[in-house]
Design a protein around this ligand. Structure first.
Ligand code: FAD
Length: 444
């Protein structure tokens, strides 16, 4: 770190070496980190936290780090769950939170935001003017716009509006050597879409400093429906039919989650239609449904959708809890669901294993598994569950992640996911980050 502090001071870039700031940038939301914190230990500590407030300042920080070969770990809201930016080698924690500008272009239905803008703040600013991002991850109020792009995030309304990669219009990125990448903004172009290299890049290739995204008018009409089923297969069959009606949101809850959320012993499905055809689409959904229509599940879910207070409490009681999201094609869906649930339940110490399907595509869907255990060795238990669940997913037509990303947690299965693209990624990383300063230890 010799020289870094002096250079930051000379360049007048805000930084802190106060212990409370270092602690704030020592972890993400990975459960093993939470476990350490409960034991009053830190997973890792950076040596300095920097708070650049413009694209140019980000560039100057990276130039200093690159010249002095000091590791840089990029932090947005630190709501990631995959042990990604953890500063295991000390160095610089680069917080994007001071990159906080917002520019709304109502005519072209765009918003441009500094990477550190917290999603909830942006959504509220837009709502005020009658617009919405319609990218509403559960972590809306603790994650940043730059973090969404860096993790290839999915919002709750992705079935209707798309994931972050579909909403993205343009990026400003700072490469590890300080070079600033900026392109002409346009609704679409042919040629290689190079900005997409940074979607899901988890801070490996540089700092996303500014994001331009599509925005939508707040829907004037919203219709909600809920159905019950007696099996996952019948719910999945209906989901495939409902998809043709273009719902904004659809979720299937298995029997365990239906009991937990709606106090009923069945499988359930909620649907939300938005826009001027919402009523018509909902009527069609009722006609083609093979399930039993029930009242209020969608409303109940909407009310509770940002509430994670229950899971925050169980950690303190000695439980270990996590979620695993994977995607698969339709023809593997029920087989994959059953195999992963069985794999998780087979691990000694498991108290509960459940799932919902949360994001749907013409070709498939995302299953989001939740497990909690009360094991004697929490870390061993945790790793065994992950090992068994991902293996079961891969053996039954699934993949290793849908939207939480890779980080260190899923690194072992990178070859399974990327195939021979992995070698290309390694070469790209070497080319872009010659001194390997960015998010060391995160994939590849
Ligand atoms: C309760 C809870 C609910 C969640 N719900 C969802 C959900 O519905 N959908 C979903 O997709 N995810 C969800 N997540 C996961 C997490 O919120 C997302 O991955 C989110 O996109 C991370 O954003 P962040 O700003 O917190 O990034 P961080 O956690 O700070 O960083 C995540 C990764 O991105 C990198 N990074 C962050 N900002 C930048 C940048 N500007 N440039 C380059 N790299 C950067 C970091 O280095 C790190 O590798 C949830 C997490 C929690 C704790």
């Amino acid at each position: 770190m010799l020289g870094v502090i002096e250079r930051l001071r000379d360049e007048k870039i805000a930084f802190s070496t106060d212990y409370e700031d270092l602690i704030a940038y020592c972890k993400d939301f990975n459960p093993l980190h939470q476990l350490k914190i409960l034991k009053k230990a830190t997973p890792a500590l950076p040596e300095v936290v920097v708070f650049p407030k413009s694209v140019e300042e980000v560039s100057r920080v990276l130039k200093i780090a690159n010249e002095l070969k000091v590791p840089v770990y990029v932090f947005g809201g630190a709501s990631g769950v995959i042990d990604s930016a953890t500063p295991y080698e000390g160095g610089i924690a680069l917080s994007t939170l001071a990159l906080d500008w917002v520019e709304i272009d109502e005519e072209n239905m765009l918003v441009t935001a500094g990477a550190g803008v917290i999603g909830g703040r942006l959504e509220k600013l837009l709502n005020h003017r009658g617009f919405s991002l319609r990218h509403i991850p559960q972590s809306l109020f603790c994650s940043t716009v730059g973090g969404w792009v860096a993790t290839a995030s999915s919002g709750q309304f992705s079935t209707g509006y798309g994931n972050i990669e579909n909403l993205l219009v343009s990026l400003k990125v700072v490469l590890p050597n300080g070079e600033i990448l900026e392109e002409r903004k346009t609704p679409r172009r042919a040629g290689i879409d190079l900005k997409k290299l940074f979607v899901g890049s988890e801070g490996l290739l540089g700092v996303i400093a500014e994001v331009t995204m599509k925005i939508f008018e707040l829907p004037k009409e919203v219709v909600k429906l809920s159905f019950e089923y007696n099996s996952i297969e019948s719910a999945l069959e209906d989901a495939k039919k409902f998809l043709k009606l273009k719902p904004a949101l659809m979720r299937i809850f298995d029997d365990e989650e239906t009991l937990r959320y709606f106090d009923s012993e069945s499988f359930s499905l909620i649907l939300i239609f938005e826009g001027e055809n919402a009523k018509k689409q909902a009527e069609k959904a009722k006609e083609i449904s093979s399930g039993i229509e029930v009242e209020g599940y969608a409303d109940l879910w909407l009310e509770k959708r940002f509430d994670v207070s229950d899971i925050s409490k169980i950690g303190i009681l000695g439980f270990i809890f996590d979620t695993i999201e994977v995607s698969c094609f339709w023809n593997s869906a029920s087989k994959l669901y059953k195999a992963v649930i069985e794999a998780i339940r087979s691990v000694e110490g498991t108290v509960t294993a459940s799932a919902h399907a949360s994001h749907f595509y013409d070709s498939g869907l995302c299953f989001y598994f939740t497990f909690a255990g009360f094991p004697s060795e929490p870390e061993e238990y945790y790793r065994e569950v992950w090992q068994k669940a991902i293996t079961a997913s891969l053996q039954n037509g699934g993949n290793i992640t849908h939207h939480h990303g890779i980080g260190r947690l899923r690194k072992a299965w990178l070859r399974d996911e990327f195939g021979s693209y992995l070698s290309f990624l390694k070469e790209l990383k070497l080319l872009v980050d010659k001194n390997n300063i960015m998010n060391r230890g995160v994939f590849p």
